[in-house]
Ligand binder design. Structure first.
Ligand code: F6P
Length: 325
């Protein structure tokens, strides 16, 4: 450990349930190991603006069960520029912060990696995103809660879909990853999932229609991963045009998916990885994401964690196909 006395902590990018549990874990574990903890508000933007307050253990009391992030969050465009990074670095120096814990998703950890490289600064990351798109960790903080929220919503949609014998296209978040869509489809007994990982030359809707919706069922639910061009609306419009006999509805779940009390799994994951971040700093690890794989804390270099191709087990596609006949 290169003489690290004070650790800064921030949340960045989209908030995710469990981020507060992670802030609590880093703060308490840091203080327990003799570090000073400085909380940085509003992500990298707040770092540049010097929105910083020293945290005591009491500052993180009573937050383990709340969604969102008490530190607030932002997507900072200034931090993507060299000038913005220079400003952030001088604030860290002024505040005597020797290491930074960044809780966030792909973009936030990419920012941490670039910053760490540019100034040879000690940064560690926690995987905080509902998308589960970070490589090297079985799950990300927030993913389990969001998955459960989606499944609860789809269960409700199923009641009305069955009653009216309708086709529902339900759009879920995930940015470029289909984990939320594929897993929620299996967990809610949906008839199909349309996910980015499976967008090939063969049109997924066509494939699904060819298999025969409504052969054995009078209603059906298709979970669609968000996409600027081919979201739930796109598929619903196509079915309306090509199969006017079907009664089609669309539900876009939107930001409902991001809020709410974190699940027990996310709280434990956040607590484990927050503790792991402090252990990593003590061991002199830097520029790594703290992942959790096969029930073990793992240190994943940022460059690996942000790889855009975290694989979705293709077995799951087959399972959904088979179980939805
Ligand atoms: O990365 C988390 C996420 O919720 C994505 O699933 C989604 O595409 C995006 O953030 C939405 O971002 P915003 O809240 O800025 O609209």
């Amino acid at each position: 450990m290169a003489n690290i006395k004070t650790i800064g902590i921030l949340t960045s990018g989209g908030d995710a349930p469990g981020m507060n549990a992670a802030i609590r874990s880093v703060t308490r574990s840091g203080i327990a190991n003799g570090f000073r903890i400085k909380a940085i508000y509003r992500g990298y933007e707040g770092l540049i603006n010097d929105e910083i307050k020293e945290f005591s253990t009491e500052d993180v009391s009573g937050i383990i069960d709340s969604g969102g992030t008490i530190l607030r969050t932002a997507r900072s465009e200034r931090f993507m520029t060299n000038e913005g990074m220079d400003e952030a670095y001088s604030v860290l120096k002024k505040e005597s912060i020797d290491a930074l814990v960044v809780i966030g998703g792909n973009g936030s950890l990419t920012g941490a990696m670039k910053f760490a490289q540019r100034y040879d600064f000690s940064c560690v990351g926690l995987p905080g995103t509902i998308d589960n798109d970070l490589y090297g960790t079985d799950s990300t903080i927030g993913y389990d809660t969001t998955l459960n929220t989606i499944v609860e919503c789809v269960d409700r949609i199923r009641d009305t879909a069955t009653s009216h014998e309708r086709i529902f296209f339900v759009e879920v978040m995930g940015r470029d990853a289909g984990f939320l869509a594929q897993y929620s489809a299996i967990a809610s007994g949906a008839e199909a999932a349309i996910i980015p990982e499976d967008r090939t030359d063969v049109d997924q809707l066509e494939q699904f229609l060819r298999r025969g919706i409504r052969k054995s069922k009078k209603s059906c639910i298709v979970i669609v991963s968000e996409s600027p061009k081919c979201g739930a609306m796109y598929y619903a419009d196509r079915v309306r045009k090509e199969f006017p006999e079907y009664d089609v509805r669309v539900t876009i779940l939107g930001h409902i998916q991001r809020g709410g009390r974190p699940s027990a799994y996310d709280r434990v994951l956040a607590s484990e990885t927050g503790y792991g971040a402090i252990q990593a700093i003590i061991q002199g690890q830097r520029n790594v994401m703290i992942g959790f794989r096969n029930n073990q804390i793992v240190y994943v270099p940022f460059s690996e964690a942000i790889r855009s191709d975290k694989p979705l087990d293709r077995r799951l596609i087959k399972i959904l196909d088979e179980l939805s006949i």
